[in-house]
Design a protein around this ligand. Structure first.
Ligand SMILES: NC(=O)c1ccc[n+]([C@@H]2O[C@H](COP(=O)([O-])OP(=O)(O)OC[C@H]3O[C@@H](n4cnc5c(N)ncnc54)[C@H](OP(=O)(O)O)[C@@H]3O)[C@@H](O)[C@H]2O)c1
Length: 332
């Protein structure tokens, strides 16, 4: 029988700019309107969740709030012809966990357009090991593949390498026979990155050129950037003639200190990546790839599983830039 309440991680502003995170019981009837009521089995932790859980008003406008931009679970109620009770679904992006209650609660209610059927050969748990981070990594890799940057063309630089997007980008690129150079601020994670497939590892200092030069030695056929700022600018200045650079994140900085020369003298292309509003047909194609021809063999080794009660500690680690790989949340 359907319970009338559920557990969720609630973030509340307890004093100006001071936020508390605690597990609370919430009423299902108080969820916002939407076509699908979903019993969430697994969620995952993304950088945006850490921002939402710490009062970032650019991500979440109103508190108290339940974060979690990712949710994988089973439909309990559906008013949409596309979904039936019992269907296994992935709901991610759009406003989930940003301004409507998200996957850090055992139930969510969302519009049908924000969900898709979980591919048959993927478990709900596996889908959350990928989560938005894996989906974004796949979008970035797909843009390079389609550009096309072929594996024989040269090395691909991946920044923020031990993070969710970075680690999955390395695994996907390696799976597709690209040679990867990883940028990481964690020397202790060298073994983890080598196991993912990184052929070379450089430090953040090596990846950020402070000289102010407008162009640097050509090193990369392509780049998957997750950090922005000086590291992204240096990567663009070091991309070889005709190369391509994807840009999805800003953990280091939202700035891009750069001239136009890499674009007008080396024909370098900068490709923007957004997962949140990605159209449903592209979402569907990418999830099918992640479950099929692009499926990473050692996916499980990337994930640390936690319960809702353990999540605040992982959020803190992520905010301090100390975490590695993917954290998935078991809400069963
Ligand atoms: N556009 C989109 O749709 C989309 C989707 C998903 C994520 N994102 C963005 O992509 C970025 C990465 O997300 P994520 O979930 O992978 O985050 P994450 O798991 O926290 O990983 C970020 C990684 O960046 C590196 N890093 C941290 N602080 C840094 C700094 N000050 N300078 C340089 N590198 C630093 C760290 O790796 P190392 O220690 O190995 O260097 C860290 O593990 C975030 O900005 C996120 O908002 C965007």
């Amino acid at each position: 029988m359907q319970p009338d309440s559920y557990s969720a991680l609630v973030v509340e502003e307890i004093a100006p700019s001071s936020y508390a995170r605690e597990i609370r019981s919430k009423k299902i009837t108080q969820l916002p309107p939407g076509d699908l009521l979903i019993r969430v089995h697994y969620s995952s932790l993304n950088y945006k969740d850490a921002l939402s859980a710490s009062g970032n008003r650019g991500v979440t406008k109103k508190y108290p709030h339940v974060p979690g931009i990712d949710a994988a679970g089973v439909i309990v109620e559906s008013s949409s012809p596309g979904f039936r009770p019992g269907d296994r679904v992935i709901a991610s992006g759009f406003d989930i966990g940003m301004n409507i209650p998200g996957g850090f609660g055992q139930y969510i209610r969302v519009p049908a357009e924000w969900a898709l059927l979980c591919p048959q050969n993927l478990t709900l748990r596996e889908s959350m090991i990928y989560g938005t981070a894996g989906f974004t990594a796949a979008q970035s890799v797909e843009r390079l593949v389609n550009f096309p940057i072929v594996p024989g063309k040269g090395k691909i630089l991946v920044t923020g390498a031990t993070g969710g997007v970075g680690s999955l980008a390395i695994a996907l690129l390696t799976h597709l026979h690209y040679r990867v150079c990883a940028v990481s601020g964690k020397p202790e994670a060298a073994e983890f990155l080598t196991r993912l497939g990184a052929a070379e590892i450089i430090s953040r200092e090596q990846a950020a050129d402070p000289s102010g030069k407008l162009l640097l030695k050509e090193k990369w056929a392509g780049v998957v950037d997750t950090v922005g700022g000086e590291i992204l600018a240096t990567a663009i200045k070091s991309t070889a003639y005709g190369g391509a650079v994807t840009c999805c994140g800003n953990v280091a900085s939202p700035d891009l200190p750069l001239s136009v020369y890499p674009f007008i003298l080396r024909s370098v292309s900068l490709l923007g990546i957004d997962s949140a509003k990605c159209p449903v047909h592209i979402r569907h194609e990418i999830w099918q790839k992640l479950a099929g021809e692009w499926c990473i063999a050692n996916l499980d080794s990337l994930a640390t599983e936690c319960r809702l009660e353990e999540l605040p500690a992982f959020i803190e680690r992520m905010l301090q830039g100390r975490h590695t790989g993917r954290v998935i949340v078991n809400l069963l």
